[in-house]
Design a protein around this ligand. Structure first.
Ligand code: NDP
Length: 445
């Protein structure tokens, strides 16, 4: 049996109840086969067996008291996956679906994503099955304080630097940072990224993942003699990534016609009015269906998955994992989609990716296309160490340069290892080679 198959079989046996983790591993491992053929020394060093096993997994109890005085208990996690090229770095997700399988898939992806940014950051991910939706600010604060009271001993500016993800935005990062500082009794603002501007945050970080996605998609289209100008775009989600993906897509001349949340989606044939979405989502944490009540000519449909039945040139899934299955992919292809850019992590199933690639749809995989968030987080870390702030223009211009470079690295690696123009394979290979090199240099650890 080939090395990659052998390691994947073992991984399945070791993690039988972790479907998301196995899905992410499968997608990565099988595109790496030519790398192991070219580097037999990697197999001798047990490189892949070590790569797929987290360096450390921390699981802890998070007790807190709700507004009615009742004790609630959630589960907290931090997966410190790989520190070969720098401190663990990756977001925290607060969502009822959070479990070890989801955090290990996100952590594994994060290793390669962080490597692709060319910045010195390792891979990690964490979070809790806590649901911030419907909770008061005071409840969210008490939860965050309890979560950090355990997490603080495992993180630090040179050890592990968490950031936001689903359910963790500026409000949560503020509460987490406040508690960390209170426990440590010293100012270490490089311990978290996505901070507010008044206490060490970076200009441009809020926009970075969505804008970065569009910079990447723009480059992918340019290389294939297309532009976003005049294109119809479907976006899913209406959180941080979706909102700023929409903003940049519109700025580049595209017409965005859909956005969604976990209840349903809106379709506006005249183009989404983003100020209305921002008012609903950022202004008062409302539901996307309010949009249709406010904007004439738009329609709300219950059920978020149906968003992919909408006709578009470019699809940007920006909500969550596995939101595009084979049926959705077939509908998009039948409706003439030309490009897909993954803003969310692993939003397309393996079968959906396969269908897109076979149909010749340009496909920008998450670990490359949404790396702008973590890249800008790393820029935030640099500014924190220098005790200096770059202007928003400086940050966004560095971000654009990074996204174009990531695209080039993916394209080159894909072509070099015989995949032609396949950004899925290219992202995995380019990200892996740097981590592999560092792991080989550091011995069996
Ligand atoms: P937010 O919490 O800001 O927004 C998430 C959006 O997706 C909301 O509209 C939410 O709807 C929807 N959503 C979440 N879970 C589901 C679900 N199970 N089914 C349908 N819709 C869902 O998160 P972000 O925008 O930060 O993150 C979105 C995606 O982007 C995630 O995959 C994340 O890992 C990825 N990402 C985020 C980065 C960042 O910098 N924030 C960086 C790189 C990747 P509702 O409000 O109803 O829950």
């Amino acid at each position: 049996m080939k090395y990659v198959e052998k390691v994947f079989e073992q991984l399945k046996q070791n993690n039988p109840n972790e479907p998301e983790f196995l899905q992410a591993a499968q997608e990565i491992l099988f595109t790496l086969a030519p790398v192991f053929e070219a580097h037999p020394e990697y197999e001798k060093a047990g490189l892949l067996e070590r790569f797929v096993e987290p360096e450390r997994v921390i699981e802890f109890r998070v007790p807190w008291v709700d507004d009615s005085g009742k004790v609630q208990v959630n589960r907290g996690y931090r997966v410190q996956f790989n520190s070969a090229i720098g401190p663990y770095k990756g977001g925290l997700r607060f969502h009822p679906s959070v479990n070890l399988s989801i955090l290990k898939f996100l952590g594994l992806e994060q290793i390669l994503k962080n490597s692709l940014t060319s910045l010195p950051i390792g891979g990690g991910k964490g979070g809790s099955n806590f649901d911030p939706k419907g909770k008061s600010d005071a409840e969210v604060m008490r939860f965050c304080q309890s979560f950090m009271t355990e997490l603080y001993r495992h993180i630090g500016p040179d050890a592990d630097v968490p950031a936001g993800d689903i359910g963790v935005g500026g409000r949560e990062i503020g509460y987490l940072f406040g508690q960390y500082k209170r426990i440590k009794a010293q100012s270490e603002n490089g311990v978290l990224t996505g901070k507010g501007l008044s206490y060490g945050g970076s200009l441009g970080r809020t926009e970075a993942t969505g804008y970065g996605l569009l910079f990447y998609v723009q480059e992918m289209l340019r290389v294939n003699n297309m532009t976003l100008e005049g294109k119809t775009v479907c976006i899913s989600g209406s959180g941080n990534v979706a909102i700023f993906a929409c903003e940049k897509a519109q700025a580049l001349g595209a017409k965005v016609v859909t956005m969604s949340d976990s209840n349903g989606f809106i379709y506006d044939p005249n183009g989404i009015q983003l100020d209305v979405v921002k008012d609903i989502k950022l202004g008062h944490r409302g539901r996307i269906k309010e949009y249709a009540e406010k904007v004439a000519g738009s329609v709300y449909t219950e059920g978020c998955r149906n968003v992919w039945q909408t006709k578009c040139d470019v699809a940007l899934p920006c909500a969550t994992q596995n939101e595009i299955d084979l049926d959705s992919a077939k509908a998009l292809i039948a409706n003439g989609v030309k490009a897909v850019g993954e803003g969310a992590n692993m939003p397309s199933t393996l079968e959906a990716i396969d269908a897109f690639l076979k149909a010749g749809v340009l496909f920008a995989p998450a670990k490359a296309a949404n790396a702008g968030g973590v890249a800008t987080s790393a820029l935030e870390m640099s500014q924190n160490s220098m005790r200096y702030s770059w202007t928003k223009e400086e940050v966004l211009s560095k971000l654009q340069g990074i996204m174009v470079n990531i695209h080039t690295a993916c394209q080159k690696a894909s072509e070099e290892y015989g995949f032609g123009y396949n950004l899925v394979a290219g992202a995995n290979i380019a990200g892996f080679l740097k981590v592999a090199d560092a792991m080989m240099a550091q011995g069996i650890v």
